[in-house]
Design a protein around this ligand. Structure first.
Ligand SMILES: [Zn+2]
Length: 373
């Protein structure tokens, strides 16, 4: 039922519209135009101003059979760099790549193209469907920033899907971690390194002691921790007065995240104080965990939809967050779906045409399944 040529052309068109994070305005204009042709309004929120970008999150509502619960479909509009003048090339092997000096932006324009194509077919064939709510977010690549600012009270949907996962079409991510961003700062005391070092407290040395006493890396099967950045000191001949360490902790379980974060923080504070320095701690909760039951509607509908079009459903867990984490945190059960995009965030990014087609087929099958049960 999918119009293969139209889908490919639209994907190429979308990829050609540069939309780095915060600069999604041209893509918004294109999408507004497209939906206007279909007689649909595109609502844009104020997130653009709040994030100093030129575009907000977009929401499109497509009325449907209200006997069935409303369904949310989402993808993000922004991409990482380099994304200027992307020229997708279709290989004889049925794979779409960039020319090699940019990303391809199948992350996440494959998702946008699949949603648009599925909705077009749904309209042309007049297929039964539930009320649909489409959400295209901004600044996902900046740490899910766009979806964090969206006003979810505008939505009726109780469940939905984001098309933004690695893995083949048919992959349903049912478990993903919550994450804390952690910043530790040691405030020591500056002194001249040669004249009176004994009057100083070296923040770098204190930080090193604290670091070596804290766990890092894999904590257990469900929990990880990393310190990825350290900076401090002013000059070679000054006892370092400050040192800043940035890190993160993730876990599939909230209790474990909380426990690990307080264990790290207690250790950091204790050692810093022991050394006569002053600790500063900044912990930011970035996004909540997702843990889905295989029998709940959002998973069931996706599995049945995948099977109905001959795709192998694969339920998986992942180590990262997505817009689905934020959406689920707002009470809308949202699964991230694999789209087949590969080598993302590199200039070797590619997607198979077959996968692009299967993405659109799967979205269409999900829409139909959602109007069946
Ligand atoms: Zn993405």
């Amino acid at each position: 039922m999918i119009n293969r040529e139209r889908l490919i052309q639209r994907f190429i068109q979308l990829a050609g519209i540069s939309s780095g994070s915060g600069q999604e305005g041209n893509l918004r204009d294109f999408l507004k135009q497209e939906y206007k042709h279909r007689g649909l309004d595109v609502y844009e929120d104020e997130t653009g101003q709040r994030l100093n970008g030129n575009c907000g999150n977009l929401m499109i509502k497509i009325p449907g059979d209200s006997r069935f619960p409303a369904l949310l479909l989402g993808a993000h509009m922004d991409t990482v760099q380099p994304c200027e003048n992307i020229k997708p090339v279709i290989g004889e092997d049925g794979i779409i790549r960039s020319e090699g000096n940019t990303i391809l932006s199948s992350d996440d324009k494959a998702g946008i193209a699949a949603i648009m194509e599925a909705c077009d077919v749904m309209r042309e064939k007049d297929l039964p469907h539930p009320p649909l709510e489409i959400l295209f977010t901004v600044s996902e690549e900046q740490g899910l920033e766009g979806s964090k600012y969206f006003d979810y009270s505008l939505l009726q949907a109780g469940y939905g899907y984001v098309l933004d996962g690695g893995g083949d079409p048919g992959t349903i991510i049912v478990q993903s971690p919550c994450q804390n961003e952690i910043e530790y700062i040691v405030h020591g005391k500056a002194a001249h390194a040669g004249i009176n070092p004994e009057d100083g407290i070296n923040a770098i040395q204190v930080a090193a002691q604290a670091m070596s006493a804290m766990p890092c890396g894999r904590i257990d099967e469900e929990t990880t921790c990393n310190f990825g950045l350290i900076e401090g000191g002013q000059a070679r001949n000054i006892v370092a007065s400050t040192c800043r360490i940035k890190g993160e902790a993730r876990s599939l379980k909230r209790e474990k995240l909380d426990e690990l974060t307080s264990r790290l923080t207690d250790k950091f504070k204790a050692i810093t104080k022991e050394c006569g320095a002053v600790p500063e701690v900044n912990v930011v909760f970035l996004y909540p965990e997702i843990s889905m039951d295989l029998n709940e509607r959002v998973v069931r509908v996706a599995i049945e939809a995948a099977e109905s079009i001959g795709l192998q459903p694969i339920t998986e867990k992942t180590g990262g967050g997505s817009d689905a984490s934020i959406i689920t945190g707002h009470g809308i059960r949202c699964a991230n779906l694999g789209t087949g995009m590969s080598n993302v965030h590199t200039t070797d990014e590619y997607i198979k045409i077959k996968d692009l087609e299967n993405d659109a087929r799967l979205v269409l099958a999900i829409i139909q399944q959602a109007a069946r049960e």
